[in-house]
Design a protein around this ligand. Structure first.
Ligand SMILES: Cc1ncc(COP(=O)(O)O)c(C=O)c1O
Length: 444
């Protein structure tokens, strides 16, 4: 069932004379490869519906997604999970609130807190020595922080992480609900998990998934699922941050991705999961055991992740990301057996670059000098990392953007942080720090 696609296709098949947006009128796009989507690229008129007003064909298309995820409501997003994270935090929090925030959250969450004037109380993640990565959120840490900060009514965590590590969302939601709060899960990397029959998100109050990361869906497509929220309010808060002209080809792509996954796609994702398991047992990588992992994420471990990534790229095989101890590959139903066999042969050739990761645990959290909001809106200057001692970061200093930041915006870059960043080979020459504005003020 593809209610949105059907409605837009029916409109296109009428060969309408379009005196509405977009300006290509369904007739001409000066990009030959995009030409065939022009008739489906429409605007909000009666036959096409309106995402932010609600009603058909969106209600049915989104209900089908919500049912599949066991959530009450779903809203299509054309601004990625970034948009959904902004909307969810705006939905549950009031300016000035404290949020219990996974320190490993994506920078979209840091930015949303700054914009919404929210204060983070960071939730650490245990360090997994052997794997060289941050492990799942520890429920006891959440419980302790909720007891020591009784005002906190919102918690925001990432699950699965970039490297595929899942936290126990059911247990965490139980904990936060017992304290009268809400759980937001950034499941940007987990849109495929419910289609594999996994119970990865149950109990949360808001879930944000990037369809474009792991499903056959257009770039920037994502979904915001909610439980117990008024859908009108969800639409309103999302429209604050999103375009008032959400892309129909993107939303159709969401509608059709679900339909595909409920048909032939499920079996194809199972095949991808089996191939991932085989690759995991053949090559040093994160494995199930004490860890609960996304079954289609291959996180290879390496004494030099960047060298391994370069070696693969030299063979025209392009991983998702690398840090000094890992190379992360996203596997989906769309990787053919030939692609996977090529990958396997390449890994065999570069076996010498696979092995235990060298990464050391990050130093304890630095002290904040100002709020996330002050750091975001401060005057900024950009310096090479070695000149940053004692300066206040105006952006995240993280080994790689999705990683756990060593220094968050508003925190002081101290000796320990510099030494650690040097050790892991983070040689950023363009670190944004809060400018010392005093001399400039004196000019006026
Ligand atoms: C954990 C996580 N959350 C959110 C995002 C932002 O998602 P999007 O690119 O769909 O806006 C990313 C992007 O990489 C991510 O890794």
């Amino acid at each position: 069932m593809t209610p949105l696609y059907d409605a837009i296709r029916a409109y296109a098949h009428r060969h309408p004379t379009r005196f509405h947006m977009p300006g290509h009128k369904g007739n001409f796009l000066p990009v030959p490869e995009l030409q065939s989507i022009a008739p489906l690229d429409v605007t909000e008129i009666d036959p096409t519906g309106d995402l932010f007003s609600g009603g058909e064909p969106f209600d049915t298309a989104q209900r089908l997604w919500a049912e599949r995820f066991g959530m009450e409501d779903c809203l299509f997003l054309t601004g990625g999970s970034t948009l959904g994270l902004h909307a969810a935090l705006a939905l549950f929090c009031r300016p000035g609130d404290q949020v219990l925030m996974d320190r490993g959250c994506h920078r979209a969450v840091y930015n949303a807190l700054a914009l919404l004037d929210l204060e983070p109380v960071y939730l650490p993640r245990p360090w997994l020595e052997g794997e060289g990565i941050a492990g799942p959120i520890c429920p006891q840490d959440v419980e302790n922080l909720l007891v020591s900060h009784p005002n906190i009514k919102t918690i925001c965590i990432t699950s699965p992480t970039y490297s595929g590590v899942l936290s126990d969302v059911a247990k965490l939601s139980h904990l936060i609900h017992a304290h009268g709060g809400k759980l937001i899960v950034d499941g940007a990397h987990g849109a495929h998990l419910p289609f594999l029959g996994m119970d990865a998100f149950s109990g949360c109050d808001a879930l944000i998934c990037s369809a474009h990361k792991t499903l056959p869906a257009l770039g920037q497509t994502a979904l915001l699922f909610t439980n117990g929220a008024d859908p009108r309010r969800v639409r309103q808060m999302t429209s604050v941050f999103g375009s008032s002209s959400p892309s129909y080809p993107m939303m159709i792509s969401l509608d059709c991705a679900r339909d595909y996954l409920e048909g032939a796609g499920t079996e194809e994702y199972r095949r991808a999961a089996k191939r991932t398991a085989a690759l995991r047992s053949a090559f040093p990588s994160l494995r199930e055991g004490t860890l609960r992992l996304d079954p289609t994420r291959l996180t290879l471990t390496s004494p030099d992740g960047h060298a391994l990534a370069r070696a693969l790229e030299g063979e025209n095989i392009w991983p998702e990301m690398a840090d000094s101890g890992h190379v992360v590959l996203i596997l989906t139903a769309q990787d053919s057996d030939q692609d996977l066999a090529r990958l396997e042969r390449a890994l065999e050739r570069h076996r010498a670059l696979l092995g235990a990761p060298p990464i050391l645990p990050a130093p304890p959290l630095p002290k904040p000098a100002c709020s996330l909001r002050e750091a975001l809106f401060a005057s900024v200057e950009r310096l090479p990392l070695q000149d940053c001692l004692g300066r206040v970061a105006a952006g995240q200093l993280a080994p790689y953007p999705p990683g756990v930041p060593v220094v968050a915006p508003g925190e002081v870059i101290g000796e320990k942080e510099l030494a650690y960043l040097k050790e892991i080979g983070y040689n950023n020459l363009d670190v944004p720090v809060i400018a010392d504005v005093t001399p400039k003020r004196e000019l006026f």
